[in-house]
Design a protein around this ligand. Structure first.
Ligand code: S3P
Length: 438
């Protein structure tokens, strides 16, 4: 991973213009994985071209699935059918991508052969017992390193249907179980403790799979076949979040974000920011392939602190660190609880958030499951260490724009994991260039 540092100067003239952020990472992964087990070709329009999602496409190609436009453009996945994947001789390297290594075992569960998945040093530190446990309950043979860390070896075979209560709010684990449930000997259900992103359910149902949703319980009925003609991927709310926060914090800003996915299981940040007094308007709301999409206009606003309801953390887990940054500029205190999952992301996001923001002079205290921020004068200047975590790097950049003196982000190359054009898009908004494309 490139370890260049980038300096982000204050955006004294405000941010202005229109931007389209890159395609949704979660939906891109799922579209590739589900179309791999379809029995007809699927074109994925606006597939996210970033390191993580490219790794998923390469993984399915390594399993014998023909993928046109593998390297760039809109991929066409010629699915191998429900049980048609072949196990590659070598381990599949998914790099830094947690979603790839956690979701792919779901479709490997019903294949013939042993599929080995591995990744970078960060992936080898991330917990895999959360998928190993339910897969073993389903009768799937999964071998893992000591402590159930990657590499993982999944040997397909008969799959038992289960009723699984998720011990943590995780859309990745829910998805693994639902995907393995495609091969079950009856309907499989997953009950989540809090609502989390439901893109897997939406795409499986679009592929003709009978799905049921009753509150927090999702049920998948094993199909004979799956078929998806095309998937249109909207802009990623989690990428848009950096611009939403930047335009809110930088005085004199007004930006438009086009075609952003606003599936309610993703937009907890909007609820939090509304409570803090932000000025965000949605327009042109429409449905695209079972997903809600909208344009957003964001203007700068004065904020007040907020006590975030732990019940919504599943709907904004990737955005919660940004709430600490908002809190630093708000009047009063900001409190987040119920977010211990942030400790097991691409970095320990609670610890590093506190280390980074403290070094910038913010009065923040990390707890085991969240943080307290005392609102104040915002941020002077300094440096933020990404720790190889794309979202920490982008948070540092936003802090720089809103700061009084500018911020160096150390280790900026990792933004390629989800948003390779991030710097360019920010620069365009700073220059007030309407129509800037990410
Ligand atoms: C994701 C789910 C979340 C999120 C990750 C992508 C997904 O992880 O942090 O960036 O695509 O399902 P968890 O399911 O572990 O919370």
């Amino acid at each position: 991973m490139a370890d260049r540092s980038v300096r982000f100067e204050p955006a004294r003239d405000g941010l202005r213009g229109t931007v389209r952020v890159p395609a949704d990472k979660s939906i891109s992964h799922r579209a590739a994985i589900i179309s791999a087990v379809c029995d007809s070709p699927c074109v994925i329009n606006n597939y996210l071209r970033a390191d993580d999602t490219n790794a998923t496409l390469k993984a399915i190609a390594a399993c014998g699935v023909r993928v046109d436009n593998l390297e760039e453009g809109d991929p066409v996945v010629h699915g191998a059918g429900l049980r048609g994947l072949s196990a590659p001789a070598e381990a599949i390297n998914i790099g830094n991508s947690g979603t790839s290594i956690r979701l792919l075992p779901g479709i490997f569960a019903g294949q013939k052969g042993t599929f080995v998945l591995d990744g970078d040093a960060s992936i080898r530190r991330r917990p895999m017992d959360r998928i190993v446990t339910p897969l073993r309950l389903m009768g799937v043979n999964v071998e893992a390193g000591e402590g159930n860390y990657a590499p993982l070896a999944v040997t397909g075979g008969p799959v038992k249907a289960i009723d699984y209560e998720l011990p943590m709010a995780s859309a990745q684990v829910k998805s693994t179980v639902l995907l393995a449930g495609l091969f079950g000997d009856g309907p499989t259900s997953v009950t989540e403790p809090l609502a989390c992103r439901d893109h897997t359910e939406i795409l499986l149902s679009g592929a003709g799979v009978r799905m049921e949703k009753k509150g927090l319980k999702a049920v998948v009925y094993p199909p004979d076949r799956l078929s998806l003609e095309s998937v249109d991927v909207e802009a990623d709310f989690s990428s848009a979040a950096f611009f939403i926060v930047a335009a809110t914090l930088v005085p004199g800003s007004e930006i438009t974000l086009e075609g952003v996915g606003v599936n309610p299981t993703r937009t907890g940040l909007l609820d939090i920011m509304e409570e803090m007094g932000a000025d965000i308007r949605l327009s042109n709301e429409r449905w695209a392939g079972g997903e809600l999409v909208a344009d957003m206009i964001v203007r700068s606003a004065d904020l007040h602190g907020v006590e975030v309801d732990p019940g919504i953390t599943g709907r904004c887990i990737d955005e919660l660190p940004l709430v600490a940054l908002l809190g630093a500029y708000a009047r009063g205190d900001t409190v987040v609880r119920g977010a211990a999952e942030l400790r097991v992301k691409e970095s320990n996001r609670l610890s590093w958030l506190a280390v980074n923001l403290k070094s910038l002079g913010v009065d923040i205290k990390a707890t085991y499951e969240g943080f307290f921020v005392k609102g104040g004068e915002g941020i002077g200047g300094g440096a933020v260490k990404s720790m190889g975590d794309h979202r920490m790097a982008m948070l540092g950049a936003v802090a720089g724009l809103a700061s009084r003196e500018g911020i160096d982000v150390i280790g900026f190359g990792c933004v390629a994991v989800s948003f390779p054009g991030f710097e360019k898009s920010l620069a365009a908004l700073r220059a007030g260039n309407p129509g800037a494309e990410a």
